[in-house]
Unconditional design. Structure first.
Length: 94
């Protein structure tokens, strides 16, 4: 039994949402290492969300589940990009 493309995207998206915050945990808020870890979290979220958005946009017929997945992944993509940009700005200013 083969796994479908949407199931792969959902699995990757879910795993990235669970794993992305892990690099942040050992660092103290406000430190340079914390900012780097937040940037890494943003990159992980952005890449996985971009994969989901790109895959869902290729489908011609979208179900309600597909539209919800597309909306959630787009919001997460914007959030991940803002984490990354904010981390870069913080590192450049400090």
């Amino acid at each position: 039994m083969a796994i479908s493309g949407r199931a792969k995207r959902v699995l990757l998206y879910t795993a990235s949402l669970l794993i992305a915050p892990l690099p942040i945990m050992p660092y103290e808020k406000g430190s340079r290492d914390f900012a780097l870890a937040v940037g890494a979290c943003g990159v992980i979220l952005s890449l996985s969300s971009f994969y989901v958005v790109a895959g869902e946009r290729k489908l011609k017929a979208k179900s309600v589940l597909g539209m919800k997945l597309l909306a959630a992944a787009t919001i997460t993509l914007l959030f991940g990009m803002s984490l990354t940009v904010g981390s870069i700005i913080y590192l450049l200013r400090s």
